[in-house]
Design a protein around this ligand. Structure first.
Ligand code: PMP
Length: 291
C-alpha cells in the first residue's frame, strides 16, 4: 500500500504518497496510542463524514490528546484527498498519533499528528458472500471491560485482539470471528457490529464495551423508518442458535449477511434483505451524505 502514485494529506500538507514516512521512534508505534477512522466513498461523496471526523476527535480525546485540526479542517481535507485521488467508490483512512519527541511511557511533551489517505476499494467481501452470507467462528479472545481499556475509542491498541481473532478465524477456514465480551456476552466481529433477527425483530448487543458503530446507528435509524422493531440488549452465546437471520454492519462491511456462527445456521431472509436494500439506497442518496 505504500508504493502508489497520488497524494495523501499529512499534518496540513498534501504530500506524494510514497513520501509519507514516519520516524521509527514514533511514540504511537511503540505505545500503541494511534486512533483512526474508516470511511466510505460512494460516487465521490463520503458517507457520514462529520460523524467519522467527530469520532476521530473523540477517540484521541479518550486517549488523552487533542488532534490539532478542527472538524471543519479535517472534513475539508478529506474531501480534497478524495477529489485529488479521483475516487468514486473507495475508502478513506484518517489516522492520528503521537510523535517522536521522546521514548517513554509518559506522553508528556509529544506532539499530535494526523494523516488522511484514500483509495479505490469497491467491496470487502465478494458478491457471492453478499448473497450467501459469511461463516463466523467464536474467538477465544474477548473484548475487555471499560475498566481495562478505552473501549469507546477506535484505538489501534484495541485492534490487537481483532487481528489475533481474525487471523485465527482465517487459519481455521472461516471468514471472520465473533468476539464475546469480558462477561461472556456476544459483542461484535473483528471490524463490524452484529445484528440478529428473530421473526421480524432485530436484536443487537448493547454497546457498553465495544465500538457503537456509525453503521449500527444508521441501521437502527433505518429500522425505525421501515417499521422494524429493534432491541438492544445483552445476548448470550447460548441464544445464538435460536435466531433466524444474522448480519454484520460496518463502514467497510456495509450490511454483510452471516450464514453461520459455529454450529448455528442462518438464512439470508426477508429482514436482512430489507435492511440491505434500505442501506444501499441511503448510502447512494446524495441527500444522506454528510459532507
Ligand atoms: N467494530 C469494530 C471493531 C470495527 O472496526 C468497526 C469498523 N469501524 C465497527 C465495529 C463498525 O463501525 P462503523 O459502522 O462505524 O464502521
Amino acid at each position: 500500500l505504500d508504493n502508489r502514485n497520488g497524494v495523501l494529506w499529512l499534518d496540513g500538507e498534501f504530500v506524494p504518497w510514497r513520501d509519507a514516512r514516519l520516524h521509527v521512534l514514533t511514540h504511537g508505534l511503540h505505545y500503541g496510542g494511534s486512533v483512526f477512522e474508516g470511511e466510505r466513498v460512494y460516487e465521490g461523496r463520503v458517507f457520514k463524514l462529520t460523524e467519522h471526523t467527530q469520532r476521530l476527535h473523540e477517540s484521541a480525546w479518550e486517549l488523552g490528546y487533542q488532534i490539532p485540526f478542527s472538524l471543519e479542517e479535517l472534513n475539508e481535507a478529506t474531501l480534497e484527498v478524495v477529489h485529488r485521488q479521483g475516487i468514486s467508490n473507495g475508502y478513506v483512512r484518517p489516522v492520528a498519533w503521537r510523535g517522536s519527541e521522546h521514548i517513554s511511557v509518559s506522553s508528556r511533551g509529544t506532539s499530535a499528528h494526523v494523516a488522511i489517505a484514500a483509495w479505490e476499494w469497491p467491496h470487502v467481501f465478494s458478491v457471492d458472500a453478499k448473497t450467501r452470507g459469511i461463516r463466523l467462528c467464536t474467538s477465544r479472545w474477548r473484548r475487555p471491560s471499560p475498566e481495562s481499556a478505552p473501549v469507546r475509542a477506535k484505538a489501534a491498541s484495541l485492534y490487537n485482539i481483532c487481528t489475533l481473532a481474525r487471523d485465527a478465524a482465517d487459519a481455521a477456514g472461516f471468514d471472520d470471528a465473533l468476539l464475546l465480551d469480558y462477561r461472556g456476552y456476544v459483542a461484535e466481529a473483528t471490524g463490524a457490529n452484529l445484528f440478529l433477527v428473530s421473526g421480524e425483530t432485530l436484536y443487537t448487543p448493547t454497546a457498553d464495551c465495544f465500538l457503537a458503530g456509525i453503521t449500527r446507528k444508521a441501521v437502527l435509524d433505518l429500522a425505525g423508518e421501515l417499521g422494524i422493531q429493534a432491541i438492544e440488549r445483552h445476548i448470550l452465546p447460548d441464544e445464538l442458535s435460536g435466531f433466524d437471520e444474522c448480519f454484520l454492519t460496518g463502514t467497510a462491511y456495509e450490511i454483510q449477511p452471516v450464514r453461520s456462527i459455529d454450529e448455528s445456521e442462518y438464512r439470508v431472509g426477508k429482514t436482512t434483505t430489507a435492511v440491505m436494500d434500505a442501506y444501499s439506497e441511503t448510502v447512494h442518496s446524495p441527500y444522506s451524505q454528510a459532507t
